[in-house]
Write a protein that binds this ligand. Structure first.
Ligand code: GLY
Length: 437
């Protein structure tokens, strides 16, 4: 009897996903005094050290909702975009199960770049000019007369690899052919956008929304290209740091006024009660912030720098968002330090890579000033192996960005796996300017 009463009061959280972002979410939720048990589906080797991993893929919405119902999960938190785009929030709502994440219709902000652009146009949210094309011939005809550089974007989901900056007609034609004729990104390339290139500092702004209130996290900066100096192909993200000092209070106020508030208001006007993360990928231009893209979930690896700095209880924030009580959370509380994440990837990523490669040197002692978040790992203890393109994200926290990076790189240098690839210049866009020590 006593056991039953205790079970009734238990707060159980299910995190959906298998990457570094999900490891960071689980790591932070684990610190909540309100949470008694955390499951992660399917999780990875690092997550299994701090939560119970469940062998259900993130795309198996039926099995996830069955699991949440059977185990009386208090809150399910969805990491990746795919299940959101496929309607996991709608299915959980149908079954009266609590879930943090937007509906399928709302997730179109990320799952269709064209939907997002048209939404921004309807609601006067600043974004670079663009044109939409449904055939390669029309698109190629257009780029012959347009100004360079420009950005070619696949309409659908492409794991961060669907946008290409091109500087001449040949490169633009090749990008269009790869997306629309060779179908390298599958159905994501049914339609494309051609967008004007805008220059400036790029910043990721993630905010939690409950349909009425929007609560921004600290700004962070991702490093999308595979190689140093922002060269090479786009990846899911090779590193990040937070906060970004170039986002002044004045700029943040503008982002709230011209981007975040109008986004939430626009969604509401279109009948969408958005509960989840609104992630605006912004370019700060001389003409003000411009939205390059929306995502409908936490960023990866941005989450790996936000969670170690967040002092507020993440569970309370996410729960408040699912019950329209975000206004009562007030301001978020942060460590007044810097966090920097260096992603270690498999040789060949974002192209083809091997898995099952042995990993050594991952510290076993927990350290809140240097956390190793697992992205693509399997096995356990001294049998840790690679299982994905991005393998680990090492986040250092310290008084300055340079010191935070020094912590990350010291740990990275002790971790070994054959072909391990990582950028040695995370933070370079601000460090070369400020000489931050
Ligand atoms: N780091 C970029 C993203 O999460 O989409």
């Amino acid at each position: 009897m006593a056991k039953n009463i205790r079970n009734k009061q238990e707060t159980k959280v299910l995190v959906v996903g298998a990457g570094g972002r999900e490891h960071a979410l689980v790591w932070k939720l684990k610190q909540s005094r309100r949470v008694n048990k955390i499951f992660c589906a399917p999780g990875n080797a690092g997550i299994s050290r701090i939560a119970s991993c469940v062998n259900i893929e993130a795309g198996n919405i039926g099995a996830l909702s069955d699991f949440a119902a059977r185990n009386r999960i208090s809150l399910t938190v969805v990491g990746p975009e795919q299940p959101l785009a496929e309607g996991i929030a709608d299915e959980f709502q149908r079954r009266k199960l609590k879930l943090f994440g937007p509906s399928r219709q709302a997730a179109k902000l990320e799952s269709s770049k064209i939907f997002a652009k048209e939404f921004m146009r309807r609601h006067h949210i600043p974004t670079p000019p663009y044109k939409v094309f449904s055939t390669a011939a029309e698109a190629i005809g257009f780029v012959k007369t347009a100004e360079f550089p420009m950005v070619i974007k696949a309409d659908g989901l492409a794991a961060g690899k669907g946008a290409v900056v091109v500087r001449n007609v040949d490169a633009a034609t090749q990008a269009i052919e790869r997306i629309m004729i060779k179908r390298e990104l599958g159905e994501a390339g049914n339609r494309i956008l051609v967008e004007s290139f805008v220059d400036g500092q790029e910043v990721s702004i993630m905010a939690i929304a409950d349909g009425k209130t929007i609560l921004p996290f600290l700004p962070s900066q991702d490093h999308k290209q595979a190689f140093e100096g922002d060269r090479g192909p786009n990846t899911g993200g090779m590193g990040a740091y937070c906060p970004t000092d170039f986002v002044s209070t004045d700029i943040m106020d503008k982002i709230k006024e011209y981007v975040l508030q109008p986004t939430l208001k626009g969604l509401s006007q279109e009948g969408i009660n958005y509960r989840g993360v609104i992630y605006a990928g912004l370019m700060l231009t001389p003409g003000g912030p411009k939205v390059l893209e929306y995502n409908c979930r936490f960023g990866d690896p941005e989450t790996q720098v936000l969670m170690p700095l967040l002092k507020s209880d993440l569970f309370e924030i996410l729960q408040a968002a699912t019950t329209t009580k975000l206004a009562s959370v007030g301001q978020l509380s942060w460590r007044h330090e810097y966090a920097a994440c260096v992603v270690m990837a498999s040789k060949g990523y974002p192209g083809k890579y091997a898995t099952g490669v042995k990993i050594t040197g991952v510290p076993t002692k927990p350290d809140n000033n240097c956390v190793v978040f697992h992205s693509g790992t399997a096995g356990n203890g001294d049998k840790l192996t690679t299982s994905g393109g991005r393998v680990l994200g090492v986040t250092g926290v310290d008084q300055t960005l340079q010191q935070a990076l020094n912590r990350s790189y010291r740990t990275v240098n002790n971790i070994r796996f054959d072909g391990a690839a990582y950028r040695k210049d995370i933070g370079f866009r601000v460090l070369k300017k400020s000489g931050n020590k």
